[in-house]
Design a protein around this ligand. Structure first.
Ligand SMILES: NC(=O)c1ccc[n+]([C@@H]2O[C@H](COP(=O)([O-])OP(=O)(O)OC[C@H]3O[C@@H](n4cnc5c(N)ncnc54)[C@H](O)[C@@H]3O)[C@@H](O)[C@H]2O)c1
Length: 443
C-alpha cells in the first residue's frame, strides 16, 4: 500500500519504518529540514533501540523515503498518517495547530481518495475537526474528492517502540467508513497474523481509549508513589507491598513501581489534556487531578530528601546525578524528573555533575552552557568531588555498580535513589547511607 506519514518524530518514524518493513511503500514528511537531512544521510535523529536497522533496511529496499515536500507527500499515499506533536497548550489542553495544519495541507493538495489517519494523541472530537478542515479546503477549490478520517491511536513505548509496533497488544481503529475500515484492516493484517488484534470502534471511543490507557497507567504510578511515602513513614517496604499486590491477577505486576515521578512526552500531557477535556464538559475527574498533583509533588521527593540531609541552603554543595532521560533506552527528556531535580538543586545553590548513557546531547541542547551543570563522561566520573549521588533514571548500567568505589568517591557516602535500583541491606552493607523511595525507614 502507498503510505505517507506526516511528522517524522518518535511515532511517525517508527510507524513509517515498521509499515515499510511489512512491504508498504512509505514516504515520511517533516517540516524540520534538519531531521530529514539526517535521515537522508543514513542517520537517525532520535535514540530508539533497533530503529536504525529497520530504517536502513527499508531505505535500501526502496520502500522508505523522506521528504520536506508537502505536495509530494500528499500525492504519494492513499493512507495519510498524521503523527505530528500535540503539545499542551497554555491551559493544558492539547494544542491541535500542527494536526490541523497537516490536515489542511492534505485537503489543499489531494486529488484522489485519501484515508486520513489521526495517529497523534488527540482529544475526543478531533477527527471531526480534521474532517471539517479538509472539507473546507476542498470546498474552497470546488473539489468533491472523497476522503475518510480515521482515529488510530498509538500505544508504543519509547525505548521499545519498534517491538511494540511490530507486536502490538491491540490496534485500535476508530472509523465509520466501510472502505476506510477495510483498508486499515488490510494495512494492519501483517501485524495481526497470530490472532485478530484490530479493534474497530466508533471514532470518539477510539480517541478516548488512548487517553484512558495513559490515564490508567499514570494512576497506578501515582498510587504507588503515594503509598511509598506512607511506607517510608511507617517502616514498611513498598517493594514487598508491590509483590504482595501484584501477584493478585486482578492487579498484575506492571506499572506498580514507586519512584521519583513519571515524565515523558505522553503521561503528563495526556493526563492534563484529559482533565481539560472533562472540565470543558463540566465533568470533574477528581482521581486524575490527584494523580497529577501527586506526580508533581513526587518529582521533588529526591530534593526533599537532600534538603533533609544537607539543609535548605545547598550553596557550595556538589551532587552527582545519574540519569537524565525520562526513562531508560531513550534520549527523550520531555517532562523528565531530572529537569525538576536540576532546577531545584540549582535554585538552592548546588552544582551538579550529570551522566546519562544517551541523553547527554539532549541535556546540552536544553541546558546549554549552564555553569552549574557539568557533563560527566562516565557514571564514576560524575562522582568525583560530589557530596552525594542522586539516581533519577533506571538505566541497566546503573544496576550493579561498584559500591566501594562509590563510597570512596563521595564526600558523604549517601545515595538518594529515585528508582529503587538496589536492595537496601546490600547497599548498607558497604557502609553507604541509602535513601530510596518507600523502602522502609531510611537506612
Ligand atoms: N512519543 C511517544 O512515546 C508517543 C506514544 C504514543 C503516542 N504519541 C503521540 O504521537 C504524537 C507525536 O509524538 P512524537 O513523540 O512522535 O512527537 P515528536 O515531537 O517526536 O514528532 C513530531 C514531528 O512532527 C513534525 N511536524 C510538526 N508539524 C508538522 C507538519 N505540519 N508537517 C509535517 N511534520 C510536522 C515535527 O517537526 C516533529 O518532527 C503526539 O500526539 C504524541 O502524544 C507519542
Amino acid at each position: 500500500m502507498k503510505v505517507s506519514v506526516v511528522g517524522t518524530g518518535y511515532v511517525g518514524l517508527v510507524t513509517g519504518a515498521c509499515l515499510a518493513e511489512m512491504g508498504n511503500d512509505v514516504l515520511c514528511l517533516d517540516v524540520d529540514p534538519n531531521k530529514i537531512r539526517i535521515l537522508e544521510e543514513g542517520g537517525i535523529p532520535i535514540h530508539e533501540p533497533g530503529l536504525d536497522a529497520v530504517v536502513a533496511r527499508n531505505v535500501k529496499a526502496g520502500r522508505l523515503a523522506f521528504t520536506t515536500d508537502v505536495a509530494r507527500a500528499v500525492a504519494h499515499g492513499t493512507m495519510q498518517f498524521i503523527a505530528v506533536g500535540t503539545p499542551p497548550d497554555e491551559d493544558g489542553s492539547a494544542d491541535l495547530q500542527y494536526v490541523l495544519a497537516a490536515a489542511r495541507n492534505i485537503g489543499r493538495l489531494m486529488t484522489d481518495y485519501k484515508v486520513v489517519i489521526d495517529k497523534s494523541t488527540v482529544p475526543v472530537g478531533t477527527a471531526d475537526k480534521v474532517h471539517a478542515a479538509i472539507a473546507d479546503e476542498l470546498r474552497q477549490r470546488g473539489s468533491s474528492t472523497e476522503f475518510a478520517v480515521v482515529s488510530n491511536p498509538e500505544f508504543l513505548k519509547e525505548g521499545a517502540a519498534v517491538d511494540d509496533f511490530m507486536r502490538p497488544d491491540r490496534i485500535v481503529v476508530g472509523a465509520d467508513d466501510p472502505k476506510a475500515i477495510a483498508l486499515m484492516r488490510a494495512l494492519y493484517a501483517p501485524f495481526s497474523r497470530n490472532h485478530d488484534k484490530v479493534l474497530v470502534m466508533d471514532v470518539r471511543s477510539a480517541e478516548l481509549t488512548k487517553y484512558a490507557a495513559n490515564a490508567m497507567l499514570a494512576t497506578r504510578i501515582s498510587f504507588m508513589n503515594e503509598l511509598a511515602l506512607l511506607a517510608e513513614k511507617m517502616g514498611a517496604d513498598i517493594e514487598q507491598v508491590r509483590q504482595g499486590i501484584g501477584s493478585d491477577a486482578r492487579i498484575g505486576f506492571h506499572f506498580l513501581y514507586a519512584g521519583c515521578g513519571y515524565g515523558g512526552s505522553c503521561f503528563p500531557k495526556d493526563v492534563k489534556a484529559l482533565i481539560r477535556t472533562a472540565a470543558g464538559e463540566n465533568q470533574g475527574l477528581k482521581v486524575l487531578q490527584a494523580v497529577e498533583e501527586a506526580n508533581d509533588a513526587q518529582k521533588l521527593v529526591l530534593v526533599n530528601k537532600v534538603v533533609r540531609q544537607f539543609g535548605a541552603d545547598l550553596a557550595g554543595k556538589h551532587f552527582a546525578l545519574w540519569g537524565l532521560a525520562f526513562k531508560p533506552n531513550t534520549d527523550d527528556m520531555r517532562e523528565a524528573t531530572s529537569r525538576v531535580v536540576l532546577k531545584e538543586l540549582f535554585a538552592r545553590g548546588a552544582t551538579v555533575s550529570a551522566y546519562d548513557p544517551v541523553a547527554m546531547d539532549e541535556a546540552r541542547r536544553i541546558f546549554g552552557d549552564e555553569p552549574r551543570l557539568r557533563y560527566a563522561t562516565s557514571p564514576m566520573q560524575a562522582l568525583e568531588g560530589a557530596d552525594a549521588l542522586l539516581i533519577v533514571t533506571e538505566w541497566k548500567e546503573f544496576r550493579s555498580p561498584d559500591f566501594e568505589r562509590i563510597k570512596a568517591s563521595l564526600k558523604s557516602p549517601i545515595i538518594f535513589d529515585g528508582r529503587n535500583l538496589y536492595e537496601p541491606a546490600d547497599v548498607a552493607a558497604h557502609g553507604l547511607n541509602y535513601q530510596a523511595i518507600g523502602r522502609g525507614l531510611n537506612v
